[in-house]
Design a protein around this ligand. Structure first.
Ligand SMILES: [Zn+2]
Ligand SMILES: [Zn+2]
Length: 444
């Protein structure tokens, strides 16, 4: 009895030891991951046009032994590695880059220019770090394929197109992501940012980021001669008043302390200085954490816009078109709690921190809305010395989407791979039933 118990302890000890990725495992795949990073960084592609990117990722995970399907929801990639009975765990990377001109001065900086969907000539840059996510997923894919004795179940890697404002996650789901392939028991992703130094990861239990609503407002006036305003209803003046009134929603209507952002990102009206146009258009983004605050702000936008037009005697009610609305990403709190221990074991206790919710949005929420518990965590990208200097001088390092965004690749990519492997091995040591029980609590 005693000796059997002793054996069991030994066995459990060796399982948990093997679950923590060691530096040789990460080191052995790092050259591949780093080479892919450099290639992708130099050759970025815009959302929905990630054809070369997807092919490169698909080819490499296929040669690592995964069963790969391409062209899911456009350029999407699904790669599955089956390893006996157990849960299905999904790990996602995005594929797309942004119309930003790279000014990092790096030797591998992008010089790519292309035509965007509107036919404009634009620069292209991996300014959100999705190249690092793809490189990490390749490294992780290889480590997991080399160490099938450390996990069981099915590992489902996905390369998702068009994350940057085009809802590529939804397009993949609509193209059968969870019907043509197994529906995962848990979905995992990470995002690199300069919020933390490279080497550190951040966990945010519960609400990770903001609800995001995109609104197009069209204000109708009555056009005419710029010298005869009395014969017109000027939509530019109505728009100007509306913009100022909209800024009172957050400052005067939302309860102090609740998160709400309202930005008018563009206003378009008119063609010439001596013509009063007959309409004006503007585009808004609204960000909130809570659903009730979101409803309050959206209702106030409509109310104020209509009232300002009525006050000016507009001939028609304005059109308030909420053309896109993404929910916040919700991190299952029980999962976040469970996965802290394997991350601490892999990276060191001091390198796993609890992070505040952030305001940019992310279409990973679509997977969570499909009823899949999610774990979305932050990967530090900042050069540790630059991070410390910026903190000391009270300045900010370039954020994602900046022409100067340049993660400290070596430590960030090593950490990304180690963190993903640690998380996946932990989840892939469970049964589906255990994971369902763990994540059974409903989102508040
Ligand atoms: Zn982005
Ligand atoms: Zn991003």
């Amino acid at each position: 009895m005693t000796s059997r118990r002793f054996c069991l302890i030994l066995l459990l000890g060796s399982v948990s030891f093997a679950q923590t990725p060691n530096s040789e495992e990460v080191e052995s795949v790092y050259p591949d991951a780093h080479a892919l990073y450099l290639d992708l960084h130099e050759h970025p592609e815009l959302s929905k046009h990630e054809t070369q990117t997807a092919e490169k990722l698909a080819a490499r995970v296929r040669s690592a032994g995964y069963d790969v399907t391409e062209h899911i929801g456009g350029t999407g990639v699904v790669a599955i590695l089956k390893n006996g009975p157990g849960p299905t765990i999904m790990l996602r990377t995005e594929l797309d880059a942004l119309p930003v001109e790279e000014k990092t001065g790096l030797p591998y900086a992008s010089k790519v220019r292309t035509k965007d969907d509107a036919g404009r000539d634009v620069p292209v840059m991996h300014a959100c770090g999705h190249d690092l996510h793809m490189a990490a997923i390749l490294g992780t894919a290889e480590v997991m394929a080399h160490s099938k004795n450390t996990w069981h179940g099915a590992l489902m890697l996905i390369g998702q197109p068009a994350e940057e404002g085009f809802g590529g996650a939804k397009v993949m789901i609509n193209d059968g992501l969870f019907t043509r392939f197994p529906k995962p028991d848990v979905a995992v992703a990470l995002h690199v940012a300069n919020t933390f130094p490279a080497g550190v990861v951040g966990i945010t239990p519960g609400v990770y980021n903001s609800n995001s609503d995109a609104i197009r407002i069209t204000i109708y006036g009555k056009g005419g001669h710029g010298a005869a305003p009395h014969t017109t209803v000027d939509p530019i003046v109505i728009a100007a008043r509306t913009i100022l009134a909209l800024q009172t929603i957050v400052s005067r209507e939302v309860k102090p302390g609740e998160m709400a952002v309202l930005t008018v990102g563009y206003i378009q009206a008119g063609t010439k200085n001596n013509i009063i146009p007959d309409q004006a258009e503007m585009g808004l983004t609204v960000r909130t954490y809570k659903q009730d605050v979101r409803k309050q702000v959206l209702a106030a936008v409509t109310r104020i816009t209509k009232a300002e037009a009525a006050a000016a005697g507009a001939p028609r009610e304005p059109l308030v078109d909420r053309y896109q609305g993404d929910d916040s990403v919700y991190n299952d709190p029980a999962l976040a709690q469970r996965l802290r221990a394997p991350l601490e074991a892999a990276l060191g206790k001091e390198n796993v921190v609890t992070a505040e919710p952030i305001t940019p949005s992310e279409d990973f929420s679509y997977y969570v809305e499909e009823g899949i518990p999610g774990f979305y965590f932050s990967l530090g990208g900042a050069d540790p010395q630059k991070f410390a200097d910026a903190k000391a001088s009270g300045t900010m390092l370039p954020s994602n989407h900046s022409p100067l965004f340049a993660p400290d690749v070596d430590p960030a990519l090593h950490t990304g791979i180690a963190a993903e492997v640690a998380v996946l091995r932990n989840l892939l040591s469970s049964t589906p039933e255990e994971l369902h029980k763990l994540t059974a609590t409903q989102r508040p």
